[in-house]
Write a protein that binds this ligand. Structure first.
Ligand code: ADP
Ligand code: MG
Length: 661
């Protein structure tokens, strides 16, 4: 163990940031706000917080106040895996001196934890309860270049706090060179550049657009594996990193690669497939960091988590689909759509850079060079392309009355802001003056988007709290059902065994209830087998149970009793209607198409839905995703008479008087 520890200490000293240690510490002491820019993998996220702590502990005069450092990450996986790594580097158990906090999972100690890695969303939530974030001596907003919604809001919130707390230190860390923007925002904060190491990366483009990029990724990975010295296990081979867009895709590619890898000639290196995505249990997440065993090559299948958030050593080949799943928002109709989009040039550059950290590498872009020239230079900040209801609700609950005057780094369009305010008015969260109602206050306390929070709160009136709790928890994970390519038909048949005629929500409820029934009477491995037999994702179900437990505690703390509607499941659908009425759609006569009531958008039911012919006249949905069509997901038939009397603003697109907000 000591040997491992010593080895890690040597590794730490070899990171590029180590050379800048003293200079960084000096600047932190001398400046209230600092911007640190450095190449991905130079050691910013894992090292800088440790330097701050070590430096303090050296200094004997100030022992009365050991600093507490919050380090934000846009992604859960990054927060968890980095905290785990840093705990290992410091030789402490995770959750003690070093911890993490992500939605529905807090692994930190309120008094003991000094370095707290957390999602940006969690720090924002904490600021709702503790407006001065008084627990923290240093706040590090990491991955600032990603410009996620929550990080952007934190910029403004923390700028406000700094006016009231002269003792607070802020460090903004970023991987690209747009440092000036951050520096300007924080009153000309000093910028420190950490020099990195980067070897040349040869870029290859596809000759033409790929019809099926998933298939191209698989072919490319196998081709690289065979071409690149796979026959001589003595040579250091280098691993492959593939950028894909989401869990479902990664899981299906992972299965296919596993199958094909078994057919490789025996003299060939073994291919070790390592997926990484949010729902993966954390031990599994850590496996991607382990070096490939002798005679093996790793293929890492990742979302853009591996672009800058986490650095995996040993990569020499990158396969870039050129795609990312992201949000798009139309302020005219207030709908946020999830879709697979082209990455920006900046992203593509970051992705290829992953191949050249330790030696010269290669990057295969699965699109023609000409398409690359057509890409945007930078990714548009999320705040400019998403629905703002959730953060407005949070800001209002923090006492910020005039959202239009909030200090945004990039101000969202006023039409977008007004639309979101209108929606909050329709949901009953705000009154006509734009002030938070008691209902809105209650909604803001849930770690959920407003419509989900409202659904849960309404379930009290409809005496179906238990059931709605289960449905909302089931909706909080990405995939419940899975369908391996070779067993699609079987998997689908199986899913239909759980299907409710009314649609997906009651289907999810049935799955949850049956899972619970099995769980009661069996051990973990039997439960796992049951899941496998029914093509249900066991890991997702475990997560659902954790989420449900937490939401249940929230409800109890608000004195909301856990009522049940038993078999009268119409109550559950009514309740969904009460929360998601803005997502109601009516059928276009004689077509398999629907039109949303509020936004008049033409949509189709996603093929993953259990709803089938005869299709209902009216329904509600949770999500719009755009692939080959505009699809709605998680769909349930409703009676249009259940739709509440709506605030006129929803149906008529009536604009609120701006000055009141
Ligand atoms: P930056 O934030 O500048 O991008 P990091 O601090 O994330 O850099 O990474 C520094 C180094 O720590 C990298 O070489 C990375 O591979 C290593 N590292 C991070 N997490 C782990 C882990 N779980 N196991 C092994 N090495 C890790
Ligand atoms: Mg980092």
């Amino acid at each position: 163990k000591k040997q491992v520890f010593d080895k890690i200490q040597t590794e730490r000293k070899n990171l590029p940031i180590y050379a800048a240690r003293e200079a960084l510490l000096k600047e932190i002491t001398q400046n209230p706000a600092l911007v640190v820019v450095g190449e991905t993998g130079s050691g910013k996220t894992t090292q800088l917080p440790q330097y701050i702590l070590e430096n303090f502990l050296q200094d004997e005069n100030t022992e009365d106040r050991i600093p507490t450092v919050a380090i934000t990450q846009p992604r859960r996986v990054a927060a968890v895996s980095i905290a785990r790594r840093v705990a290992e580097e410091m030789g402490v158990t995770l959750g003690s001196k070093v911890g993490y906090s992500i939605r529905f999972e807090d692994c930190s100690d309120p008094t003991d934890t000094r370095l707290k890695y957390m999602t940006d969303g969690m720090l924002l939530r904490e600021s709702q309860i503790d407006p001065l974030l008084s627990k923290y001596t240093v706040i590090i907003l990491d991955e600032a270049h990603e410009r996620t919604l929550h990080t952007d809001i934190l910029f403004g919130v923390i700028k406000g706090i700094m006016k009231k707390r002269s003792d607070l230190k802020l460090i903004v860390m970023s991987a690209t060179l747009e440092a000036k923007l951050f520096s300007d925002f924080f009153d000309a904060a000093k910028i420190v550049y950490v020099s990195g190491r980067q070897y040349p990366v040869q870029i290859y483009y596809a000759d033409e657009e790929q019809l099926d990029y998933v298939d191209s990724c698989i072919t490319a990975a196998l081709q690289i594996h065979l071409d690149e010295s796979a026959m001589s296990p003595s040579v250091s081979t280098g691993d492959i990193l593939v950028f894909l867009t989401g869990q479902e895709e990664i899981e299906s590619v992972s299965k296919i690669l596993d199958e094909r890898a078994r057919l490789l000639p025996p003299e060939c290196l073994k291919l070790l497939v390592c997926p990484i995505f949010a729902n993966l249990p954390s031990e599994k997440q850590m496996e991607v960091f382990d070096p490939a065993p002798p005679g093996c090559r790793k293929v890492i299948l990742a979302t853009n988590i591996a672009e800058t958030s986490i650095t995996i050593n040993g990569i020499r080949f990158v396969i870039d689909s050129g795609l990312v799943k992201s949000k798009a928002y139309n302020p005219k109709n207030g709908l946020e759509i999830l879709k697979v989009c082209n990455v920006s040039k900046a992203s593509a550059r970051q992705r290829s850079g992953r191949a050249g950290r330790e030696s010269a590498g290669k990057c295969y872009r699965l699109y023609p060079e000409q398409s690359h020239q057509g890409l945007e230079d930078y990714t548009v900040p999320e705040i400019l392309r998403c629905n703002l209801c959730s953060v407005i609700l949070q800001l209002k609950s923090m006492g910020i009355k005039d959202i239009m005057k909030f200090d945004f780094m990039n101000t969202p369009s006023s039409s977008g802001l007004i639309k979101s305010l209108e929606q909050l008015l329709s949901l009953g969260a705000l009154d006509k003056k734009g002030d938070l109602t008691p209902l809105g206050t209650q909604m803001s306390q849930f770690p959920l988007d407003p419509m989900y929070a409202l659904t849960l709160i309404q379930s009290q009136k409809m005496n179906c709290v238990q059931e709605v709790l289960s449905v909302v928890s089931m909706l909080s994970v990405e995939t419940i059902f899975y369908a391996p390519q070779t067993k699609r038909v079987e998997a689908n048949k199986n899913k239909m065994k759980f299907a409710s005629k009314t649609g997906d929500h009651l289907t999810l409820l049935r799955v949850y209830q049956e899972y619970q029934a099995v769980k009661k009477n069996s051990n973990a491995s039997e439960l796992q087998r049951w899941c496998q037999e029914h093509f249900i994702n066991y890991r997702s179900m475990s997560k659902v149970c954790e989420v449900r437990q937490q939401l249940k505690e929230h409800l109890e703390s608000m004195n909301i009793g856990l009522t049940s509607c038993g078999r009268d499941l119409n109550q559950v659908r009514r309740c969904l209607c009460a929360g998601f009425f803005m997502n109601a759609a009516v059928r276009v006569p004689n077509k398999r198409m629907y039109k949303t009531l509020v936004s008049q958008l033409e949509v189709r039911i996603h093929p993953s839905s259990v709803l089938s012919d005869p299709f209902p006249d009216c329904l509600i949905f949770n999500q719009v995703i755009m692939t080959s069509n505009q699809y709605i997901r998680d769909v349930t038939a409703i009676d249009s008479a259940w739709l509440p009397e709506l605030a006129p603003s929803v149906y008529r697109g009536h604009l609120l008087d701006q000055t009141n907000i």
